[in-house]
Design a binder for this molecule. Structure first.
Ligand code: NDP
Length: 316
């Protein structure tokens, strides 16, 4: 499984992911003098880096910007000796200790591993959606909202993210249309109420998107909508098409070496433990229920404490 000609650098703790969970694990394990290595992944900073204001992270009575919060955690971890590298874990071998990880072509070894690789945006899977990503199709309002000043914007989804993005995008767009496939919303009542009260947001329930146009022009010009109750279909002009329908856990690189549920979320074997001693999980990669910045941070703390105790018991 692991090629012979690899470069091995032994670490005490490697943390995969640099979101709230990974960075908190880094703070704790760095402060325990374990010199953790954080592999930032393809979405450095995780979900917080693409959110706007976080109003429910304790300790910030006036709210805090998501990217700022996660950057602060990183600086805090670096202060105690954590090392961050940009890179993606492509493969791993957890069959024996030390564990082996392939990061952008190079193999390293670690005595403990904290998987905090989060979850990535889910897409609708429309025929033209992928072709228009970055050309009007987006999964990140805070990243791309700015481009749609006085434009027509559409947000797809009925969860808190969709509500948050729709409200945020009214700062830019002429109008925001929220499309949701059901009558009821999964989002919290406060977010739904805020969305309903926003005069710039129009809500279309029981509605799905059948496709997004226009690949030939190279940018988004409209979407084909369908009412699930009446069956009626119609085209609607749109400039910015924001998909906010949840996430997929980043566990592919584990290639089945840890237990996952049917959607790929890691299964806990008690607290932060996985089925392999010395390998721990933290944050959205395991948590499909709470998925909050504060719960991810708490999980990162738990994973780091587990790693520290494991290393101590092993005499390191
Ligand atoms: P959710 O899983 O909560 O919601 C996803 C939404 O997308 C659902 O309404 C779902 O519809 C819809 N959806 C899923 N697949 C499709 C599809 N193929 N076509 C059309 N619609 C689809 O994800 P979120 O990202 O909104 O939220 C994730 C977690 O993060 C939640 O726990 C949420 O509370 C939390 N969060 C909290 C925030 C805060 O507190 N400030 C802000 C943002 C997120 P259906 O309901 O029909 O299944």
């Amino acid at each position: 499984m692991v090629p012979n000609s690899f470069t091995l650098i032994m670490r005490n703790v490697v943390i995969i992911g640099s979101g709230c969970a990974g960075n908190t694990a880094a703070v704790y394990s760095a402060r325990a003098s374990l010199s953790p290595l954080v592999v930032s992944g393809h979405e450095p900073g995780g979900q917080l880096s693409i959110t706007s204001e976080v109003e429910n992270y304790p300790g910030f009575p006036d709210g805090v910007m998501g990217p700022q919060l996660v950057e602060n955690m990183k600086l805090q971890a670096i202060r105690f000796g954590a090392e961050f590298i940009n890179g993606t874990v492509e493969d791993c071998d957890l069959s024996q200790r030390p564990f082996k990880l392939k990061i952008d072509g190079e193999w390293i070894e670690t005595r403990t591993l904290i998987v905090a690789s989060g979850a990535s945006a889910r897409w609708l899977g429309l025929p033209n959606e992928y072709k228009l990503i970055g050309h009007g199709v987006s999964s990140c309002a805070t990243c791309d909202g700015f481009f749609y000043r006085e434009k027509e914007i559409m947000v797809i989804g009925g969860g808190d993210t969709a509500m948050e993005e729709a409200n945020f995008l009214t700062r830019f767009g002429r109008r925001v249309t929220l499309i949701h496939r059901r009558e009821e919303f999964r989002a919290s009542k406060i977010m739904v109420d805020r969305t309903r009260a926003n005069p710039k947001i129009e809500i279309l329930t029981n509605t799905v998107v059948d496709d997004v146009y226009d690949v030939e022009k190279g940018f988004v010009t409209g979407a084909k909508l369908r009412n699930l109750v009446t069956g009626e279909t119609w085209d609607r002009p749109v400039d910015g098409f924001f998909v906010a329908i949840g996430h997929i856990p980043n566990t592919k690189f584990l290639r089945g070496q840890l237990d996952t549920d049917e959607e790929g979320y890691l299964i806990s074997h008690g607290g932060a433990r996985t089925k392999i001693a010395g390998v721990y999980h933290a944050g959205d990669v395991q948590d499909r229920v709470y998925r909050q910045a504060i719960t991810a941070a708490g999980a990162g703390c738990m994973a780091a404490i587990e790693a520290e105790r494991f290393l101590e018991a092993e005499g390191h």
